[in-house]
Structures are given as C-alpha cells and as structure tokens.
Design a protein around this ligand. Structure first.
Ligand code: THU
Length: 155
C-alpha cells in the first residue's frame, strides 16, 4: 500500500506518534469493559495540538456499548467542532496483560472516521499495532475503508 509506514517497534515511531500511543495506552487503562475484558484506548491529536482521548464503554445491555474510537471521535467533534483531526492512535490490551495486543478499528468506527475525514477535507493519520506488520501509520482513513459509502453517493 503506497503511503503506509511500518515500524517494528513502538520506539521506531516519530515522537508525536509515540506520544499518542502513550496517551492511548493510558486511556485504555480506564476503559469500562467488565464484559469483554478487552480494554481499548484512543488518542486523537487535533489542530493546535489539542489532545482528546477515549476508551470503550460497555453496558450490561451489550449493544449499547461504545468503542473507544467513537467515544474519542464524538468527544473531539462535540468539544472542538472547529478543529481538524490530524492523527489518531488506537491500542488495546487484554485483562491482566501489560503487553498491547493488535487492534484495528471495527467497521462501524471506520465509517465514522471516514465521515469526519470527508467533512474536514483533510486526511487523518492512524497509528496502530497490527497482527502481522508491527506498528503502522496509515496516511488516511480511506486506507481502512475502500469502496466506502460516502456523501457523494447521496448526490
Ligand atoms: N472495541 C473498541 O473499542 N474498538 C474497536 O475497534 C473494536 C472493539 C471494543 C468494543 C468492546 O467493548 C470490546 O472492544 C470487545 O469487542
């Protein structure tokens, strides 16, 4: 994939991405995930270096639960509606595990990420730990969601 950056270890990432990974890890520690015991954290860097974090919030009525990415995205969009999203990191760990486990955003979150990327007319970079390729930085949400349903379909 052209434009995608891969790194073997987190230390190899640029300082900004490492900072976001660190903040996403902190956020994951405060996830409310008593049912899945899968703790996800997201850190989003906005224009003007504003940081917004999110973590997954579960509910005993399972479908009411919300992914970390959307908690962070909706916080960013509601608290800082005029600021563009520059980069987001997503990490996860399992119960009683210090090590991060690979995660990439679920399909629903990809659609929501694409919404904001399209609206702001500027790509959002995504930092994450993948199953096979180590740490990757995607240059745009469109890499996560090709053949997407988007605003142009409505015209
Ligand atoms: N989860 C996220 O927060 N983000 C994802 O991209 C995938 C899944 C959460 C939802 C649920 O609380 C738990 O992880 C297990 O699916």
């Amino acid at each position: 994939m052209k434009g995608l950056l891969t790194f073997q270890q987190v230390e190899d990432l640029d300082a900004e991405s490492r900072y976001l990974v660190h903040k996403a890890k902190e956020a994951a520690q405060h996830a409310y995930a008593p049912y899945s015991k899968f703790y996800v954290g997201t850190a989003i860097l906005l224009e003007d270096d504003i940081l917004v974090i999110g973590n997954n919030q579960e509910n005993v009525a399972y479908p009411l639960s919300m992914c970390a990415e959307r908690v962070a995205l909706y916080t960013a969009a509601s608290s800082h509606p005029d600021k563009k999203l520059k980069k987001m990191a997503v990490v996860a760990h399992k119960k009683n595990q210090k090590e991060l486990t690979p995660i990439t955003p679920c399909g629903g979150c990809r659609q929501v990420m694409l919404e904001y990327e399209t609206a702001q007319k500027k790509p959002i970079q995504i930092v994450m730990l993948t199953e096979g390729s180590g740490w990757i930085i995607l240059p745009s949400v469109s890499f996560l969601l090709p053949y997407s349903f988007n605003q142009e379909n409505l015209i």
